[in-house]
Design a protein around this ligand. Sequence first.
Ligand code: FPP
Length: 224
Amino acid sequence: MNSLNHVAIIMDGNGRWGLKYKNSRNAGHKAGLNTVEKIIKETIKNKIKFLTLYAFSTENWKRPKKEVNYLFNLLENFLINRIEELHKKNIKLKIIGVKNFSSKLNQLLSLSEKKTSKNKKLQINLALNYGSKFEIINALKNLSKHKKKINEINLSQYLQTKNIPDPDLLIRTGNTKRLSNFLLWQLAYSEIFFEKKLWPEFTEKDYNKIISDFKKVKRNFGNI
Ligand code: FPP
């Protein structure tokens, strides 16, 4: 049985769910946040130590301003209302991506990270304004600036996921099979599960089924 230390998730399908059931993409994001909460709880139950959630990519800025603003308001309210609870549950929050939001949100994110920085039960990495190609190029630039040799270990140390083990498992909901510029380096040997359901309809049961299937996969890492 494989051990499972780190799950990464591309939470796709909010927009389609919202349009289908509520005639509004934003309603889908709101419903998606409920799934986030359920999956966090289930991740703790499964004793998984790292959960990385792709909440906003560098390409998502292309969306209508109304949707972008809605997403950041949702995040802001989530942090204001829930950070205390996350902290009490011994959860550490880390942002991966470039924090160039409103000064209010930047501050809130930094405070939330600082407050929870010593927590040990689960580390949630929230990918916000995250793009893997940018991350890799930036790491290479920093390696060269600090006159470091380019090799796997050094490069990993200059990624935003420094000190975070690579994901064992990537789940993408929403019936789409692509990586969308997410953790391209870190996912090199992850097991990938594509899920047909849209993110707001993804349940604890679906999550546990994937976890149980993952545990049975023979992971070779290039060996036989
Ligand atoms: C992708 O679905 C989802 C997003 C770009 C946003 C993810 C946000 C949440 C799950 C809620 C907010 C989370 C936090 C942590 C506050 P899509 O909109 O691309 O769906 P579509 O493919 O159906 O259009």
